[in-house]
Design a protein around this ligand. Structure first.
Ligand code: PAF
Length: 267
């Protein structure tokens, strides 16, 4: 497994891979962008990419521009050794771990990709600038890796929707593959942030998904969550086109202790 630390490492690896032919055509590259602290949800993205592509690249970069809260950035979990073990075990071909923030932001974030509607709602309304940071870093990574397909979890459904829209709007030559949310047996969506929950919070956290699924009335669901000890940022039902079909989805974000959890369910 190749470890890429700089932009030139990435370009070199990508150029070398392009020369390798599979069945007389260009090899396919699957890309799994992450911020590390990998869990079974990431592993399932990697496994899907491995099945569908000749090569799989993983990136691990805690992207500062998508954090509006410095404490959240400071406390973001990091388990790099374990991450590399998981990547290796799953047959990842290359891992891009930029050696510095400047590798990805030589412009000091003077240039950015922004979206003016959906990115300002839901998580965007509570985390100003968050999606500008996400879209910008994802665009940079796509340009560097030039993947055939990129894999994103449905847990971050708003992020997934915005990335799909960005790819369509800028005619980027890749396919975005949406992968189902991986859950604990309790129903709690897997997230790197779950490691920061206390034992008591971990026992309560599955109620988030249970409540948004079971209580149809929005106001009642919010009240129930707040009464249980969550601090609800938002709970909203929205309709969006997914694969050309309108789908109604319920989105939620709530803080438990010091940890902000998000989830969604098709309704
Ligand atoms: O979902 C994430 O982990 C991040 O938002 C991403 C897509 C890797 C961009 O930093």
């Amino acid at each position: 497994m190749k470890i890429l630390r700089t932009i030139s490492d990435c370009k070199q690896w990508r150029a070398q891979v392009s020369l390798e032919k599979s069945n007389h055509s260009s090899p396919t590259i699957g890309f799994v962008p992450t911020m590390g602290a990998l869990h079974i949800g990431h592993e399932s993205l990697i496994k899907t990419s491995r099945k569908e592509n000749d090569f799989t690249v993983l990136s691990i970069f805690v992207n500062p521009t998508q954090f509006n809260n410095p404490d959240d950035l400071k406390n973001y979990p990091s388990t790099i050794e374990k991450d590399l073990e998981m990547a290796e075990k799953n047959g990842v071909n290359a891992v891009f771990i930029p050696e510095s923030i400047d590798q990805l932001y030589p412009d000091q974030y003077r240039f950015k990709v922004s979206e003016s509607e959906f990115s300002r709602e839901l998580c965007g309304a509570h985390r100003p600038g968050h999606f500008d940071g996400v879209l910008t870093v994802v665009m940079k990574l796509f340009n560097l890796i030039n993947p055939t397909r990129a894999y994103f979890g449905e847990k971050d459904h708003q992020q997934l929707t915005l990335i799909k829209d960005m790819v369509n709007s800028f005619f980027l030559p890749l396919e975005i593959v949406a992968c189902p949310t991986v859950r604990e047996t309790s129903g709690l969506a897997m997230s790197s942030r779950n490691t920061r929950l206390s034992t008591a919070e971990l026992a309560l956290a599955p109620k988030l998904f249970e409540t948004i699924k079971q209580i149809k009335n929005k106001e009642q669901a919010i009240k129930k969550l707040n009464d249980m000890g969550f601090l609800v940022d938002y709970l909203e039902d929205q309709t969006h086109f997914e694969n050309d079909r309108p789908k109604m989805r319920r989105y939620v974000a709530a803080t438990l202790g010091k940890v902000r959890l998000i989830d969604n369910v098709e309704i």
